[in-house]
Design a protein. Structure first.
Length: 278
């Protein structure tokens, strides 16, 4: 049994970043451009360049953004993350954490730290592994983290939707943004937030790959009986595909693009869920 170890989520760099990401999402969906810009400003100020927060976040990400690995690879990544974490000055990191906490409280709200972060338990486990001085507890936590890296990410449960129109999807997504993001939507949001703190090349590569996946899925969906027998659904599905085609030419991931992709991700999942249940 793993010993209880007090976890301060405000001192968990990955949690803070994920909470900011969720805050930006809420602002974008509500059309609150001013708040979204405040979030972006905080990210750019504290998670860019050679900041210790950025380096600390990279240590966390190497552990919670990797799934479906073999055990040997998982162990090597944990060892590398631990080695990189030891190179970060703890006093300097504590100071930078205090600064970002203060900026969030001042420019946004303390309620930002109450934002729903789906992988909170994983982030807490990683933080405990980084911070514990107990050899036994460290090994047990490492084992738990590696088990998570070997398995596939658990998708969040979504309520079924009764329409495949793009407008309806957007409306329903807006109504339930806070608690039910898909794994691929969370990945998209992470890339969106990260685009403010480092080179956009990685984001562009991801964007091209995800848009390609969605276009392919929609092309295949037209052949499902739910759509193939409905001329109006064929028209609407093709309209979404055309919209994605235009997005492929975008050079950056802006708010409009973000929302379009997120609603399409949910649309694609719903189409295939309906097909598998029929």
């Amino acid at each position: 049994m793993i010993m209880k170890n007090k976890h301060n989520k405000k001192r968990n760099t990955a949690f803070v970043f994920e909470a900011l990401s969720r805050e930006a999402t809420i602002a974008i969906i509500k059309g609150d451009h001013e708040k979204k810009e405040k979030v972006v400003s905080i990210v750019r100020k504290h998670f860019t360049g050679e900041s210790l927060l950025k380096k600390d976040l990279e240590c966390y990400r190497s552990l919670y953004e990797n799934q479906n690995l073999d055990e040997t690879t998982g162990k090597k990544i944990v060892e590398a993350a631990m080695a990189a974490k030891r190179l970060i000055d703890p006093d300097g990191l504590f100071k930078q954490q205090t600064e970002v906490i203060n900026d969030i409280n001042k420019d946004l709200s303390p309620a930002t730290f109450n934002n729903f972060v789906p992988n909170y338990k994983s982030l807490a486990t990683i933080a405990k592994m980084f911070n514990t001085n107990s050899p036994k507890q460290k090994v047990m936590l490492e084992t738990k983290i590696i088990e998570g890296m070997i398995g596939a990410a658990e998708p969040e449960t979504l309520e079924p939707m009764d329409s495949l129109t793009f407008r309806t999807f957007t409306k329903k997504f807006n109504a339930k943004y806070s608690d039910s993001l898909l794994q691929e939507q969370r990945e998209l949001l992470n890339h969106y937030m990260s685009s403010f703190s480092h080179d956009n090349l990685e984001t562009k590569i991801y964007l091209n790959r995800e848009l390609g996946r969605l276009k392919q899925s929609l092309s295949e969906a037209i052949n499902t009986k739910e759509i193939a027998n409905d001329p109006e659904m064929i028209r609407k599905t093709n309209a979404v595909r055309e919209r994605l085609e235009k997005l492929s030419k975008e050079t950056s991931l802006n708010e409009s693009t973000l929302l379009t992709i997120m609603t399409t991700q949910e649309l694609v999942k719903e189409i295939y869920d309906d097909a598998s249940n029929s």
